[in-house]
Design a binder for this molecule. Structure first.
Ligand code: F6P
Length: 547
């Protein structure tokens, strides 16, 4: 990054932003009929609309100059070239290689990794077909009806999100996900299943994560108790980069699917971590999912900055976070099957960009990644949209919707869904003034005293920014493309923040302390070494547990 140039352009951008009065967004559409055309981009059926944000042409030009000063294109090229851009872990970042076609070439340390990727994909496909066709059966000879993925973080959220998103394409065994170390999770999932027809996938990049190892041991006991120890082989598979550790767990080699340290956990659903998705929808649709991501990779790699959908999404994200200082963003898919997308994006975005130190190890000067949260619409409308419309903080919203649903006989419901999606972004942008609120009430015959009392509560400040992402249908290709779009957006923002998006040191301390506190909670060790609050809490818990 060219720090001096970056600071100079950022100062220009701040000055410019100060001149863009808050009212501009509302009036911008009235005075400028070309606004939507200029502040939207298309890639086939995918549309990104950011016209309902407060940027103007000059802001976009300055943002593009910031991207230049931050070397976004050079950093992107370095990622695609397999350079070790994850500097604190000395690793390449090549999840893009996971969705590359067979003939593509991506090198890590001079070795083309694409053949390795396809070798694992082919093995996964053969295994998935064997399970789906009933050729690979459980120990008692019954076909597999249920798959339980045991993993957490990137080894759970991606497959869980995508499996739900692709529900209309399921024609394989039912998929279940266990992540939490809370025994309630594994208990409640296994309770409804028959061990004789269940396949357990232990998914962990490191194969050391306490939650996953604990749940895997519980699931193994469940199989052993029902079917005997020798049944374990027919009911387990594993996905990991740590193949030696998988061996120790006792899972047969032919059921172990590897991936590589150049795949970050939160970027791993394209790898063997995607096995539960493949088992649910089949290898061909899984390949469509990869193709969608690859289409976005090619676009990201080649489109000029201001015609580049992930770049623009990142630039507008930076505008909101750093220039406008909005602390959060809400992601609201108007798609019930994307219910897990906000949770997935929380890890992708917040574990990547929730940092305060630059790549060079200095303190970051401005804000970095925002708080990301959301729920599907229309449900969110009846819960927290009150705050989005009238709360004291401005929170940019990202709406996601498909033109078509998968239920042709329920088309009227899909139209209602879309009308709600569009209405919310319009309402956030337009708002309602006091005069409008008064007029509306008077027109309905409300008496003047009541109008005076109630109208102020019915004012919407408006001018609240939103972005809308539309596509034709949430099919495997469109899902892959959407997720890759968000991945690259996070990358672009990280370059603008000047941080490494690919490490996650911030998760370490809590893990270390949990290890130290376990014997204290178990009563094997005195709590005296802990701070007074923690010691008091331990004592209280112990007291309650004994009653
Ligand atoms: O604790 C955070 C984390 O390391 C994530 O980055 C990762 O996705 C998750 O834990 C699970 O890790 P693993 O796949 O190694 O079990």
């Amino acid at each position: 990054m060219n720090r001096t140039a970056f600071s100079r352009v950022l100062a220009e951008l701040d000055t410019h932003a100060a001149h863009l009065a808050p009212e501009d967004l509302r009036s911008a559409f009235e005075t400028d009929p070309g606004r939507f055309g200029r502040f939207s981009l298309r890639l086939d059926d995918l549309l990104l609309d950011w016209s309902k944000t407060s940027v103007d042409d000059r802001a976009m030009d300055l943002l593009a100059r910031l991207a230049e000063a931050a070397d976004v294109e050079a950093r992107r090229d370095a990622m695609f070239a397999g350079d070790p851009i994850n500097s604190t872990e000395g690793r390449a970042v090549l999840h893009v290689a996971l969705r590359a076609p067979r003939e593509a070439k991506f090198e890590v340390d001079g070795r083309n990794v694409v053949p390795d990727v396809h070798e694992v994909l082919d093995r996964m496909a053969a295994f998935a077909q064997a399970v789906r066709s009933g050729e690979a059966r459980g120990a008692t000879g019954k076909p597999i009806a249920d798959v339980v993925n045991i993993g957490i973080g990137g080894s759970d959220l991606g497959p869980a999100m995508a499996t739900l998103a692709l529900a209309p394409y399921h024609d394989g065994p039912r998929a279940h996900f266990v992540s939490n170390v809370d025994g309630a999770h594994v208990h409640d999932v296994l309770k409804g299943l028959d061990p004789a027809t269940t396949l357990v996938i232990v998914a962990s990049k490191t194969f050391t994560t306490v939650e996953t190892m604990t749940n895997a041991a519980t699931a193994r006991r469940w199989i052993e108790q029902a079917l005997g120890g020798e049944a374990v082989g027919a009911h387990f598979a594993a996905v990991s980069t740590a193949l030696d550790k998988v061996g120790e767990f006792g899972i047969a080699q032919e059921r172990v699917f590897g991936f590589w340290d150049w795949v970050g956990g939160r970027y791993s659903l394209w790898s063997a971590i995607g096995l539960p998705i493949m088992l649910a929808v089949g290898p061909e649709r899984f390949r469509d999912f990869l193709s969608g991501a690859h289409a976005m990779d090619e676009h990201f790699r080649s489109a000029p900055l201001l015609e580049n959908i992930p770049v623009v999404l990142g630039l507008v994200g930076f505008w909101h976070r750093v220039v406008r200082r909005y602390p959060a963003r809400a992601v609201i898919p108007y798609d019930q099957r994307l219910a897990r997308l906000p949770a997935y994006l929380q890890q992708l975005d917040m574990e990547s960009n929730g940092k305060s130190v630059t790549i060079g190890g200095e303190n970051v000067r401005g804000p970095t990644g925002p708080l990301v949260w959301g729920e599907p619409g229309t449900n969110g409308q009846h819960a927290f949209f009150q705050l989005l419309h009238q709360g004291s903080d401005v929170i940019p919203v990202e709406f996601i919707a498909a033109a078509l649903g998968h239920e042709p006989d329920l088309r009227h419901q899909h139209e209602l869904l879309l009308a709600n999606c569009l209405a919310q972004s319009e309402a956030l942008m337009k708002g309602r003034s006091l005069d409008e609120a008064r007029e509306q009430m008077l027109a309905k015959g409300t008496d003047a005293a009541k109008v005076d009392a109630i109208a102020p509560h019915r004012v919407f400040p408006g001018n609240r920014p939103s972005i809308t992402i539309l596509h034709r249908l949430l099919d495997p290709f469109a899902l892959g493309r959407l997720i890759a779009l968000y991945e690259h957006r996070v990358f672009v923002e990280a370059q603008l923040f000047g941080i490494n998006a690919f490490d996650q040191w911030g998760v370490e301390l809590g893990k270390e302390l949990a290890t130290a506190l376990l014997p204290v909670v178990q009563g094997k060790k005195d709590a005296a070494a802990s701070d007074a609050s923690t010691a008091g809490l331990v004592e209280h818990l112990r007291g309650l547990a004994e009653t």
